[in-house]
Design a protein around this ligand. Structure first.
Ligand code: ASC
Length: 164
């Protein structure tokens, strides 16, 4: 007992390291665990992340199609926002979350390499659009926007189920 008390009052550097490791691992694991524990909330968050992305992507499309004037700085800012938003849905494809409004096909989880390739293609395309928007050549922007839209379609063709 004395030994135990001694141990409690005088944490050694090794114990402190161990404790901080445990806290770190728990903090990192918590979001993944909560998604696993609540598939409906995860699916909802994922659908919302795609919708948020569209709320930037669509007005950019209006400019690209010349329905709205092209303004370099505003467009570059939207592209930057899109770059950030484009990274949000992917960690939310947690196994067991094809529920509710989700149109996620089982192939997302049975063909993870092919699904990962689609994600990477999309990220490359959104980064290229942002770089182009920074440069400000509308003809190039138009091409990069089309390439990005094609990555949406490509992934949907393989991995998104028809509307239910
Ligand atoms: C969009 C949207 C998609 C893609 C795709 C492009 O605006 O919602 O899924 O572009 O239609 O082919």
């Amino acid at each position: 007992e004395l030994i135990i008390f001694d141990f409690c009052l005088e944490p050694t550097p090794t114990m402190n390291k161990l404790l901080s490791l445990i806290v770190t691992v728990a903090a990192l694991a918590a979001p993944a665990l909560s998604h696993a524990a609540d598939p409906a909330a995860t699916a909802e968050a994922r659908v919302a992340a795609f919708k948020k992305m569209l709320r930037t992507f669509e007005p950019m499309g209006t400019v690209v199609r010349e329905r709205d004037p092209y303004r370099k700085d505003a467009f570059a800012e939207q592209a930057k926002t899109l770059q950030m938003l484009a990274r949000e849905p992917w960690p939310l494809f947690v196994p067991g979350t094809a529920v509710g409004k989700s149109r996620a096909k089982p192939e997302i989880w049975s063909q993870p390499d092919a699904f990962k390739k689609e994600q990477q293609g999309m990220i490359v395309a959104v980064d290229a659009l942002a770089a182009s928007a920074q440069a400000g050549d509308i003809k190039d922007i138009r091409a990069k926007y089309a390439t990005l839209a094609n990555t949406c379609k490509s992934c949907h063709d393989s991995f998104r189920a028809p509307q239910r």
